[in-house]
Design a protein around this ligand. Structure first.
Ligand SMILES: O=C(O)C(=O)C[C@]1(C(=O)O)C=C[C@@H](O)C=C1
Length: 274
């Protein structure tokens, strides 16, 4: 049986995404995103699921940065889920809550709502939304956890508030990484990262122009600091097509003269939205 890693414990949003992606694998909980990556890199896991972007908060930067460091694993799939946050606790009165715990991403997705309605409540980051439930249960009625219904049921917590997220269309896209490349399906996406060779007018434009002229549709563009001097970036692009398609491999060859670094994270079937 395949082993699929995720940010645990059971009941996290990553757990929900993992079950929706593939409920035939053995799910293996890890305590942070680095351990999730390591599990695939060292062969303990066949593959793993990680959040990469959220429609309210944008990029999950830790995962974006860690992708640059992988040696063996590639992106083999994706899935997008709708994320609806609840406030859960052992009690049922919001008046008793002094602290709210969750993963930083989940707290950020509810930031405006919490600031507008409960500015006196202290927000505390923890390793995942399901870990937040576990801690809230231990600590008692002054502690609430932002998490989903399943995490609440697993930890026997009450729903104190629902629909906390600032954006009613709050969705998180997860990538699946694995050690075997995904074959073309005819409906694929490729994720890459690159750095520009030189900082001159139009250097990014020249790369983007190649995609445009060759009719390669881009579905995402992001940048992250190169972690060198100020003003140096790594650009991340998702494009439609598979690297085994001639058109895609040709374009990746054509951009080479404008870039100093290229990493192809993988080509994979365009995922469902659940
Ligand atoms: O804390 C969790 O439950 C997670 O799976 C992490 C995570 C994330 O980092 O984006 C996953 C989905 C939601 O966007 C909120 C939190």
């Amino acid at each position: 049986m395949n082993r699929l890693g995720y940010l645990g414990p059971e009941g996290s949003y990553s757990y929900i995404a993992a079950k929706l992606y593939d409920d035939s694998s053995e799910l293996v909980a890890k305590s942070d995103f680095y351990d999730v990556f390591d599990g695939v890199e060292n062969g303990e896991l066949n593959y793993a699921i990680l959040p990469i972007e959220n429609s309210t908060e944008g990029a999950v930067t830790l995962v974006m940065d860690a992708l640059l460091k992988t040696k063996k694993s590639t992106i083999v799939g994706e899935i997008t889920i709708t994320v609806k946050h609840l406030l859960l606790g052992v009690g049922d009165r919001i008046e008793d809550i002094k602290y709210i715990l969750s993963h930083s991403q989940a707290l950020q997705q509810c930031r405006q709502f919490l600031k507008d309605n409960y500015p006196h409540i202290q927000l505390i980051n923890c390793s995942s939304s399901s870990e937040a439930c576990f801690i809230a249960k231990e600590k008692g009625k002054e502690y609430g956890a932002i998490a989903n219904r399943q995490a609440g049921e697993l930890n026997k917590l009450n729903v104190i508030l629902s629909e906390l997220q600032d954006n009613e269309f709050n969705q998180t896209r997860f990538i699946v990484i694995g050690n075997e490349k995904a074959k073309p399906t005819g409906n694929d996406k490729t994720s890459i990262a690159f750095s520009l060779r030189d900082d001159s007018p139009g250097s990014l434009f020249k790369v983007l122009e190649i995609f445009a002229k060759n009719e390669i549709n881009l579905t995402r563009i992001e940048s992250r600091p190169a972690k060198a001097e100020m003003g140096k970036y790594v650009f991340y692009i998702d494009l439609l097509g598979h690297v085994m398609e001639h058109k895609v491999s040709e374009v990746l060859g054509m951009i080479e003269k404008y870039i100093s670094y290229l990493k192809v994270f993988g080509s994979y079937a365009i995922g469902e939205i659940k």
